[in-house]
Design a protein. Structure first.
Length: 634
């Protein structure tokens, strides 16, 4: 099959770019394949094109509901059958979607990793003809990855049900260690890795020291034209920064996970259509957002890891035009804040056990009871009653989940429900309905059964599509019908849910294994240290620092970042800075205490031979290392 013909027929592109073709040919030949492609590298093409040439359904596993819906709609717009299964659907809709896939009515089936362990999915999956399985955000399966999710471990289980079906794993952020772990966790039959260069030649990285981040954000956005994203870690700050920008004539809106779905959709659409210039958001925004002309990504708060920073910064300049990624750095507070995150993310074992005990008080759960029971969890109320702080409580709940005691669903997207408490005949006699209310009621009666006898799950977006309305219009109309007492309407809600996976244990019997606590804390601390080094390293090109972190050797400076510009203005600093950087790299290599062959240093370090020689001489002169024949050691 001519893959390029499929690409042109359905997507309108004349040819592939980067490593797309290599990945497509590999998975098309039945090989387990891992593709490492930076944000904007065109990951979706690598599974959508080969699937169109193969018999059966391509099952796509992704944790992002917004991305599922977006890609399903894009595929349908191209005349390709696609569907998604997620927590916002009723059981009836899920069953129908899975059966469509079984009978060949669905070329692409998107599912969340949490869905993989349900008996319903496993039963239906056994009967599907699957061409291959795609795992998006594959770094989530690795305990060394920055966003490890236990639910991803179930992917290996479904592989066992169809051992001959190949897997395509895709990610934009993976160090060499994570890439190796992904292949092991997914049970690759043999190693197969395609890596696209992480270098973004059109993207200028800048670390900007400042004591007033709001003012600096305003200054940068007034100096650089075009669409922008400003990232902050605090929901409240998204609104504060957006308000500050609007006050000086820069159109901005805010976005975070706590907003209702209709509001998020409305704000995202306004930004994508350039009605709003700046989106101020937490990291809940951006994944799967297809807007190529973002000229600027500003980080008002420092991310936890280089992986998170690289992924978010990479949302700038996906069209290939010159763009900026600016990280604002408060030298007086940011390092302290980063260090504090380690204890907040990994509170003490005693604290974790204390949270477990107080959960039982909160839910009034007796010892030896609770397995399989699910509770709504009001974080604010819990913290107020027992005098805890939300951030370490949230971390403790995730650790308890990894230890197997609870399932903690932080941001569930439960579907809306409607019940009509009046008789059908009385409903038809109503004469105080406006045209939109009548239209939506009629559409619901056509789409859903049992509305007169019980609460029925509905999908506002489906009603909106059938009525030619927006979801916000449907939502507001349903509220009006509720106020008129014509329907009972329970909007979709995002209250966290906790399910006990075991009966309640006594506090002193809670076991937190080393691999869940100490090992992951060390990994997290190393990521924080790498982020600190990036902030404080003002002598190595920013692009080179990022590439080096992801295991990509580069000896060429970008010439555009703040470090390169500083060197251009102060050329006398370059030689000493480069020497000091090379010395640091050599000392890091020798930190294991073992002697290393001189002849192998140029293979192990992203340095030119002359840089290695110069650095070795300086280290010997400082009596930090010694050279013994053909080896070097500390």
């Amino acid at each position: 099959m001519d893959y390029r013909q499929v690409l042109q027929q359905y997507w309108g592109y004349p040819d592939f770019r980067g490593i797309q073709r290599e990945i497509i040919e590999s998975i098309g030949s039945g090989h387990d394949t891992l593709g490492l492609m930076p944000t904007g590298g065109g990951k979706s093409i690598t599974f959508q094109v080969p699937a169109m040439t193969m018999e059966g359904t391509c099952v796509v596993i992704t944790p992002l509901i917004a991305l599922m819906k977006d890609q399903v709609q894009h595929l349908r717009d191209r005349g390709i059958t696609a569907a998604a299964i997620h927590s916002g659907m009723s059981r009836r809709d899920i069953v129908q979607t899975l059966e469509n896939a079984i009978f060949g009515g669905c070329k692409f089936l998107y599912v969340s990793p949490e869905r993989l362990s349900s008996e319903l999915f496993l039963t239906k999956f056994r009967h599907m003809k699957v061409c291959f399985i795609t795992v998006d955000e594959a770094h989530c399966i690795s305990q060394w990855g920055y966003d490890f999710r236990p639910s991803y471990l179930h992917i290996a289980d479904i592989r066992a049900l169809k051992p001959d079906v190949p897997v395509l794993a895709l990610t934009a952020t993976a160090t060499p260690q994570v890439a190796e772990d992904i292949q092991q966790q997914l049970h690759f039959r043999e190693p197969c890795l395609f890596r696209m260069s992480f270098e973004r030649k059109n993207l200028t990285y800048v670390v900007r020291p400042t004591n007033d981040k709001k003012e600096e954000t305003r200054h940068i956005l007034q100096a650089v034209d075009g669409c922008a994203i400003v990232y902050t870690r605090n929901r409240e700050k998204t609104g504060e920064i957006a308000e500050a920008l609007n006050s000086v004539g820069i159109s901005a809106t805010s976005f975070h996970a706590g907003l209702d779905t209709a509001t998020k959709d409305e704000r995202q659409k306004a930004w994508q259509e350039d009605k709003i210039r700046v989106m101020v958001a937490t990291n809940a925004f951006g994944m799967g957002i297809d807007k190529p002309d973002v000229r600027m990504v500003i980080h008002a708060d420092v991310p936890d890891s280089m992986e998170e920073y690289f992924q978010e910064a990479g949302r700038a300049g996906r069209d290939g035009n010159h763009s900026y990624a600016v990280l604002l750095f408060d030298q007086h507070s940011d390092i302290t804040t980063l260090e504090r995150r380690i204890d907040n993310t990994f509170p003490s074992r005693d604290y974790i056990r204390d949270i477990y005990e107080h959960l039982a008080y909160f839910f009034q759960l007796a010892s030896g009871d609770g397995c399989g029971r699910t509770f709504e969890f009001n974080m604010g109320q819990f913290c107020h009653i027992y005098h805890f702080f939300p951030i370490p409580v949230n971390a403790a709940l995730h650790i308890l989940e990894r230890a197997g005691y609870i399932h903690y669903e932080e941001n569930p997207d439960s579907a809306a429900r409607v019940y009509i408490p009046i008789d059908r005949d009385d409903l038809y006699l109503l004469d105080n309905l406006d045209a939109r209310e009548d239209q939506i009621l009629s559409e619901m009666l056509r789409m859903y059964e049992g509305l007169f006898s019980k609460f029925v799950y509905i999908r506002e977006e489906d009603i909106a599509q059938n009525c030619g309305l927006t979801r916000q219009q449907v939502y507001m109309t349903l509220k009006e019908l509720r106020e008129k007492r014509i329907i009972q309407f329970v909007p979709r809600k995002k209250i966290p849910m906790i399910t006990y996976l075991t009966d309640r244990e006594d506090e002193d019997r809670i076991i937190i294994p080393r691999e869940i606590y100490e090992d992951r804390r060390k990994i997290y601390a190393r990521r924080i240290k790498a982020m600190e080094d990036y902030l404080q390293n003002s002598h190595v090109c920013r692009s080179r620092q990022l590439l080096d972190y992801f295991g990509e050797r580069s000896t060429a400076d970008c010439g555009r970042c703040d470090v390169c510009i500083d060197h251009r203005h102060h050329p006398e600093r370059i030689a000493e800075d480069n020497r000091r950087h090379a010395m640091d790299l050599i000392m890091n290599l020798l930190a294991d205490g073992k002697p290393h062959e001189l002849s192998t240093l140029d293979q192990l370090l992203p340095l030119a031979p002359e840089e290695i020689t110069d650095a070795l001489r300086a280290l010997v002169a400082e009596e930090v290392i010694h050279v013994n024949g053909t080896t070097v050691g500390t």
